[in-house]
Design a protein around this ligand. Structure first.
Ligand code: 13P
Ligand code: SF4
Length: 426
């Protein structure tokens, strides 16, 4: 299968034209089918995760965008973009569906897209085809008079939702009781907060205010080294796997990385374990990357001797250990692009990106380690129907679905984000 479109493949599965498998036949419907009713992540990898109450809900999409054919939506997006010219810039994450990616001015990982958001002060609107925390970041980094638009407000992130400001603040207070708040003789603070980009603006602000920083999967090592220059230990949230995999690669023993379980006294740890800790890991994870396992890697090695296995560091540690390489989405892209000989790649990251790579590099055999087609539930909520709608509203002079971060949160989050942008990927 060489199509770059995951949607096309899901439609074939659901209509019985192929005997491949998908995790949910509901993925074949338009995402607007899930806009009504109580908030939920929708079909896909995060469908069984509990969504926090009060999560944004997308209002009804006008009927014309639900009934329009793919070809019509494509033409309407192109026409609206042409009319808007430099007034709009469209950013697309690697995990977006192909039908959306085609219209992106910039396609990238979260680090690259944060930079792209900052680099276009001429655009009146930035349409972010990605998820909520990315749009918040774009708003914080772009200039005051620019509007950042998320085409579907229900495009959140189940991992980002696993750490909220109240439970992190509560954890921090408990940790400060154990560690104190005074620097050691080398001026290093007892603990530095590090949040993964995949977190709310409030948590980025929490880090900015406390001498902490944001990281992405592409610069996590540089950021942890930055934090250890300034602190004796790190509180890393929300992704335990990225934290553990990165710290382990830096030579830190996993014995010194206790897991903090929110809302339990001392996060379910002893004071002794926390005193010895180098990295306190929040108990969050990505449901897309949790689908990968060592059995899939073993099977790939049997089926394709010589296969190159590359996984994203949001995968569990045993999967990263069993792979040949691990790295951010941009790392994976560059590794494939740099291969000069025909190679078989088994990749452990979101299927939209893997399938696009397979279509772009037909000289290689490229497949997703997980044989079941199960995209990120929230990235998948951005459909060309919503993109056409927000663009045509812009043409009519109306900004819909704006993501705005204001006041103290914006100021403090910007501090942590600017530190992140200065920490270049290693
Ligand atoms: P990167 O694009 O930073 O590799 O992140 C992957 C991801 O999970 C985004 O949600
Ligand atoms: Fe969140 Fe995982 Fe989806 Fe990224 S892939 S947006 S971390 S759920």
């Amino acid at each position: 299968m060489t199509t770059a479109s995951v949607n096309e493949r899901i439609q074939l599965i659901v209509s019985g034209k192929t005997n491949e498998e998908t995790c949910s036949p509901a993925l074949a419907k338009g995402p607007w089918e899930f806009d009504r009713g109580p908030a939920a992540y929708g079909p896909g990898s995060s469908m069984s995760d509990l969504i926090p109450t009060g999560s944004p809900i997308q209002g009804a999409l006008p009927a014309e965008y639900k009934t329009a054919s793919e070809a019509e939506l494509h033409e309407r997006i192109i026409a609206a973009k042409k009319t808007l010219g430099d007034k709009v810039v469209i950013l697309g994450h690697f995990y977006q569906r192909e039908e959306v990616v085609q219209h992106a001015d910039y396609l990238g990982d979260s680090f690259q897209l944060a930079n792209a958001a900052k680099a276009h002060p001429e655009a009146e609107a930035i349409v972010f085809c990605g998820v909520h925390f990315m749009a918040e970041t774009a708003d914080i980094l772009s200039s005051e008079n620019q509007a950042v638009i998320l085409p579907n407000l229900a495009a959140g992130c189940s991992m980002a939702d696993m750490a909220d400001i109240d439970s992190v603040t509560e954890a921090w207070e408990q940790l400060e009781e154990i560690y104190g708040t005074e620097p050691d003789e080398n001026g290093r603070m007892p603990i530095i907060p590090v949040t993964y980009m995949n977190s709310s603006a409030a948590l980025k602000g929490f880090c900015g205010e406390r001498g902490g920083i944001v990281c992405t999967s592409s610069n996590a090592k540089t950021v942890l080294a930055w934090a250890f220059e300034r602190g004796q230990r790190v509180l890393f949230f929300p992704d335990q796997h990225l934290g553990r995999n990165t710290a382990k690669a830096m030579g830190i023993s996993t014995d010194l990385m206790p897991l903090w379980r929110g809302r339990q006294p001392l996060g379910g740890n002893t004071a002794e374990a926390l005193l010895e800790a180098k990295v306190v890991l929040w108990n969050g994870f990505c449901s897309v990357h949790k689908r990968f396992n060592v059995g899939q890697i073993e099977k790939a090695r049997i089926d394709f001797p010589g296969v190159r296995v590359i996984v994203h560091p949001e995968c569990p540690m045993e999967v990263v250990d069993a792979a040949d390489e691990n790295g951010s989405t941009d790392y994976i892209l560059k590794a494939v692009a740099a291969a000069t000989e025909p190679t078989t790649f088994a990749i452990g990251t979101e299927v939209n990106m893997v399938q696009r790579l397979a279509a772009q590099y037909p000289q290689h055999k490229i497949f997703c380690l997980d044989p079941v087609i199960c995209p990120c539930s929230t990235m998948y909520r951005i459909h060309p129907g919503y993109l056409a709608w927000v663009l045509e509203r812009l043409v009519a002079g109306e900004v819909v679905n704006q993501i705005k971060v204001d006041g103290h949160v914006a100021e403090t989050a910007k501090v942590a984000l600017e530190r992140m942008l200065a920490a270049k990927p290693a």
